[in-house]
Design a protein around this ligand. Structure first.
Ligand SMILES: Cc1cc2nc3c(=O)[nH]c(=O)nc-3n(C[C@H](O)[C@H](O)[C@H](O)COP(=O)(O)OP(=O)(O)OC[C@H]3O[C@@H](n4cnc5c(N)ncnc54)[C@H](O)[C@@H]3O)c2cc1C
Length: 114
């Protein structure tokens, strides 16, 4: 990923939650799609781990402005490779947003701690 993108993400999130090292990224580039049919992921991606909705909003505004693809990532258990993009992307892991205040079953939504 271009350094200017990484720097911008760090300015939104702080250094610690913006990951570019390939060894740390590897598990986030693929889901549970069988290897035989899985597309090759873009290895030049950047992983971010936001915890506040405001961080996600800022990341999405930036990505939209710069036309960078964003892949939201839950457990990575999808079976049709939708968590994999061959383009360099921002992988937006939701793993830290695990403090749920309310589950709205009717709207299939959860309200996380702000
Ligand atoms: C062993 C096994 C059995 C399964 N059985 C079933 C089954 O019986 N029925 C069934 O329906 N499914 C089944 N699945 C599929 C499972 O439901 C999906 O894997 C699940 O929906 C993916 O959720 P995830 O959080 O892991 O998302 P990921 O795998 O991380 O992502 C899946 C897609 O959702 C997007 N995404 C993830 N989080 C968000 C978000 N917060 N907002 C917007 N987009 C998001 C990703 O970008 C990607 O496109 C099974 C999977 C496995 C591995």
């Amino acid at each position: 990923m271009e350094q200017k993108v990484v720097e911008e993400l760090k300015s939104i999130m702080g250094d610690h939650w913006v990951v570019t090292e390939i060894d740390s990224l590897r598990d986030y580039l693929v889901d549970e799609t069988p290897e035989l049919i899985r597309p090759e992921p873009g290895v030049d991606s950047v992983l971010v781990k936001p915890v506040h909705p405001g961080e996600i909003s800022d990341i999405l505004k930036y990505a939209n402005r710069e036309h960078i693809s964003v892949i939201p990532r839950g457990g990575g258990t999808g079976l049709c490779a939708t968590a994999t993009d061959p383009r360099p992307s921002i992988i937006l892991s939701l793993e830290r947003m695990n403090r749920i205040l309310e589950v709205d079953e009717g709207n299939l939504a959860v309200r996380p701690l702000k």
